[in-house]
Design a protein around this ligand. Structure first.
Ligand SMILES: *Cc1c(COP(=O)(O)O)cnc(C)c1O
Length: 328
């Protein structure tokens, strides 16, 4: 096996390796033998999260292209946009964020941080996102601002490679578990973790909990991203559809609308371990993990690692503060 991820240009942004901690009290509470957490909420850049790892590779490419302005897109409370704005500030880029939805009357959570970090914000409706991104790109290009487009969620091959590297990092921390569970949305994290597990021969079951789309769509997209990445970088790994496992049983009313179980999972992590999840991604994935233990899909004698992908600033978004304080 000859893989040299280390040859791919990368700048250092994140505090790595992120810690792995054992959650004894929560393991007992939910009824599983061993529960670990990989703290990618502690990557460090302006409250961190999984996008910081991807940005190490994406910014290296932006710099090599001579870019001056980073553009990306996301939801109002996008963690990806907040981390991109922070990375832009740190490396002297301008940053334009295309956010979907109605501009709220007051800024809070990630949106407030986008503003603090100096990002320019362009609002559009969800249907118009692609065309708006293209228009903004053209406009910046014509104005001589050398734009570099970072895909939604940072999920292209470079973003996926960042998570292959993260999986290798976890293997080097010598934690062997039966299951690895985390939220999955634009797919780069899962694509990378799956590739990384093949590279270092880790046999854990890797389960992405979908936060916003049907399993079959996400699974197909992740597989395609994996195959594109393997081809582009001549990686000698074999990945088949059985390696890409997505559960979409926890979508509730959709993206960004926490279910009662999502809220309970956030409270459980907070009150049993002092760990803050987020209301959109990790809350949902944790609720899924807890339910799968309850159902016996994840057996009680299993060891499980929950991969914390970040996002806690969204807890401070006005709507979520209200929601979480009105449940009790
Ligand atoms: C973006 C994000 C995810 C999903 O990662 P993908 O690579 O887009 O699948 C999970 N958790 C948090 C907190 C995120 O911001």
């Amino acid at each position: 096996m000859k893989v040299s991820l280390s040859a791919i240009p990368r700048i250092r942004i994140a505090n790595l390796p992120t810690p792995v901690e054992k959650l004894t009290r929560l393991a007992t509470k939910i009824g599983v033998r061993e529960l670990w957490i990989k703290r990618d909420d502690l990557t460090g850049l302006a409250f961190g999260g999984n996008k910081t790892r991807k940005l190490e590779y994406l910014l290296a490419e932006a710099i090599s292209h001579g870019a001056k302005t980073l553009i990306t897109a996301g939801a109002v409370q996008s963690n990806h946009c907040r981390q991109t704005a922070a990375a832009a500030a740190k490396f002297g880029f301008d940053c334009v964020l295309v956010l979907t939805g109605e501009p709220p009357t007051r800024y809070s959570g990630n949106l407030f941080l986008d503003h603090l970090l100096g990002a320019e914000i362009v609002w559009c409706q969800k249907e118009a996102r692609e065309t708006t991104l293209q228009e903004v790109f053209q406009h910046l290009w014509q104005a001589g601002r050398r734009p570099y487009l970072i895909p939604y969620g940072g999920s292209n091959s470079l973003g996926a490679l960042a998570y292959a590297q993260a999986m290798i990092e976890l293997a080097e921390q010598d934690i062997r578990v039966d299951w690895i569970v985390f939220p999955s949305s634009s797919g780069g994290t899962q694509a990378g973790i799956v590739m990384g597990s093949k590279i270092c021969g880790v046999n854990s079951r890797i389960l992405g909990i979908s936060v916003d789309r049907p399993a079959i769509d996400l699974q197909n997209w992740i597989l395609q991203l994996i195959h594109t990445t393997i081809d582009s970088y001549s990686l000698s790994v074999n990945v088949s559809s059985e390696d890409v496992w997505v559960n979409d049983a926890y979508l509730g009313e959709g993206y960004g609308i926490p279910t009662q179980a999502d809220i309970q999972a956030v409270l459980d992590f907070a009150r049993t371990e002092g760990i803050l999840l987020d209301p959109v991604y990790t809350g949902r994935a944790a609720a899924g993990m807890i339910d799968l233990v309850k159902r016996g899909t994840i057996p009680p004698d299993a060891s499980v690692l929950f991969w914390h992908t970040g996002g806690s600033p969204a807890l401070f978004a006005e709507g979520y503060v209200k929601l979480f304080t009105s449940v009790e």
